[in-house]
Design a protein around this ligand. Structure first.
Ligand code: HEM
Length: 155
């Protein structure tokens, strides 16, 4: 039996390109959604790619968001003062999960569990930063997600 190497989450997802397909589909839905569209009305056309770049870094890919887009402090600052509501956060999660199905991200329980784990955490963090009295934004690094309790099932 050969030794099995656990792939990174981004590799399991289908690579950075798969995350770009995900965010393209997602922001298409956002633009048409009455709950979320107003928040993203001034969005940069490159926003979907920046978010894909962020996700790739979180999920074990190259530190491209850190190198090219200001890393965690820049990302966190984008949410300041936006007053995201729980309803908007929930819709964000729902549309992202719909988009994951649409673009065919892997549907195995382990991948989806770890993906949902990050998305649940990240959206709650965005809400906290967007509200009154946000945490101070320090020089923290982009979080790096691992498989944790659910390494991929490889048979
Ligand atoms: C896991 C959850 C989330 C991630 C990974 C994420 C990621 C990002 C990133 C990377 C940026 C900065 C893009 C750049 O470099 O310019 C950003 C901006 C932004 N995010 Fe989030 N975000 C999350 C949750 C949310 C939620 C829940 C909302 C609102 C419901 C939200 C609203 C926004 C808005 C309005 C901007 C600024 C867009 C613009 O006008 O350019 N984010 N987000």
């Amino acid at each position: 039996m050969g030794e099995q190497v656990t792939p990174s989450i981004v590799a399991w997802a289908g690579g950075p390109e798969a995350l770009e397909r995900l965010t393209e589909a997602f922001y298409g839905h956002v633009a048409a959604d009455e709950v979320l569209a107003p928040l993203f009305a001034q969005m940069d056309a490159r926003h979907p790619r920046f978010v894909a770049m962020w996700l790739a870094e979180v999920f074990g890919g190259p530190a491209e968001y850190t190198a090219r887009r200001g890393g965690h402090p820049h990302m966190a600052r984008q949410h300041l003062g936006r007053g995201i509501t729980e309803r908007q956060r929930r819709r964000w999660v729902e549309l992202l999960m719909d988009s994951a199905d649409e673009v065919g991200l892997p549907s195995d329980p382990e991948f989806r569990a770890v993906f949902a784990y990050y998305v649940e955490w990240g959206t709650r963090m965005a809400l906290v930063y967007s509200g009154e009295d946000p945490p101070e934004i320090g020089p923290a690094e982009v979080p790096r997600w691992g498989w944790n309790q659910t390494p991929p099932w490889q048979g």
